[in-house]
Design a protein around this ligand. Structure first.
Ligand code: TYM
Length: 331
């Protein structure tokens, strides 16, 4: 059985893009994989996080994942900082990765923008920690949204260089599992920007804890154009907001874009947004409700993460210990 590793930053409340690009896939992959799912709190602090919020968001995120169908007993759910193997392997990878490789990472450029000098060095070496997350478990498959593809290519470059430098076939090749549909859900306010849990405008995203009224309002306010829905996908070219809403609909209704357009062709956005609201609420409302229930027992959530961390540690510790021996550290 192949081992899966994937992570999500507790830097906000997970949004619909996280769900469609990653979480939904994680839930389905549990049937035939050994899965390790991680709340990457060490990644989150590469940009400022209010400590109390980081703690509560980590617990909320654990609740959302459980409510979405992650099975924390059959599989592993934990927070990154609880397993020291991540930090130890990340340091070794800091010494394997070349600066030139990191300079090519588009996510750093997007996040740091023109103000590069004022960002943390953690944000810059972030992809090395991500490679360590995956390779500390020798995971071979990583379900992510489209935006993480470049980081996974870097993970393979690091693994290959490590294997080559030390003359061993130690780390496996990692395969990105990117969903065929909705691998990049866009902002409701700007169809050219990725939907993100850290966007300053909450109107730009559907959060996994939004109630039906909030979802309806956000979709009603979502940016669109003045045209009607076209007959086929070609008609969505140059209409990023329309394309995004149709893509979300198709992904949530488990159907194709062509099928959605054949049902709604010629419709204005008023009625289409109504139909979209129903589809979104059908998915999110039960998850939000179960999340609220799980949040009432914080102790249980903390215990679940601790038990996950102990089981994660049991896998990662021998692997990272072995890496330290390979490198020449006295153990
Ligand atoms: P993060 O927290 O930004 O996002 C978690 C997952 O959600 C996906 N995603 C999206 N998919 C589609 N449309 C969107 N708008 C959208 N926004 C986010 C992301 O691709 C991701 O799969 N670096 C990672 C966390 C990480 C990780 C790892 C992932 C740390 N270590 C090891 C996999 C393996 C991140 O920032 O995800």
């Amino acid at each position: 059985m192949q081992r899966i590793f994937s992570g999500i930053q507790p830097s906000g409340i997970p949004q619909l893009g996280n769900y469609l690009g990653a979480i939904r896939n994680w839930v389905n992959l549990q049937a035939d994989h050994e899965c390790v799912f991680c709340l990457v709190d060490m990644h989150a602090i590469t940009v400022w996080q209010d400590p109390a919020k980081l703690r509560s968001q980590t617990l909320t995120q654990a609740a959302i994942l459980l409510a979405s169908g992650i099975d924390a007993e059959k599989h592993i759910l934990f927070n990154q900082s609880a397993v020291s193997a991540h930090a130890r392997l990340a340091w070794i990878f800091n010494c394997v990765t070349r600066l030139g490789w990191l300079n090519r990472m588009t996510q750093f450029k997007d996040k740091a923008g023109k103000d590069r000098e004022n960002h943390s060095s953690g944000l810059y070496v972030y992809p090395n920690l991500m490679a360590a997350d995956i390779l500390a478990y020798k995971a071979t498959r990583v379900p992510v949204g489209e935006d993480q593809k470049q980081h996974l290519e870097l993970t393979n470059d690091i693994a290959q260089k490590f294997n080559h430098d030390y003359g061993l076939e130690f780390f496996p090749t990692v395969e990105a599992l990117i969903p065929p549909a909705a691998a990049r859900v866009m902002s409701l306010r700007d169809g050219t920007k990725k939907m993100s849990k850290s966007d300053p405008s909450a109107q730009s995203r559907i959060e996994m804890t939004d109630d039906a009224d909030t979802i309806a309002l956000k979709i009603r306010r979502a940016k669109t154009d003045t045209d009607v829905l076209p007959a086929d996908e070609a008609g969505l070219e140059g209409r990023p907001e329309a394309k995004n809403l149709v893509t979300i609909y198709a992904a949530l209704a488990d159907t194709s874009i062509a099928d959605v357009l054949s049902q709604h062709e010629g419709q204005g956005f008023g009625p289409f947004k109504q139909a979209l609201t129903d589809v979104v609420v059908n998915t999110i409302a039960p998850i939000a409700q179960e999340t609220t229930r799980l949040m009432q027992d914080e102790n249980h959530l903390v215990k679940t993460l601790r038990s996950g961390a102990a089981r994660a540690q049991a896998i990662a510790e021998p692997i990272v210990s072995e890496v330290e021996k390979i490198v020449g550290f006295v153990k």
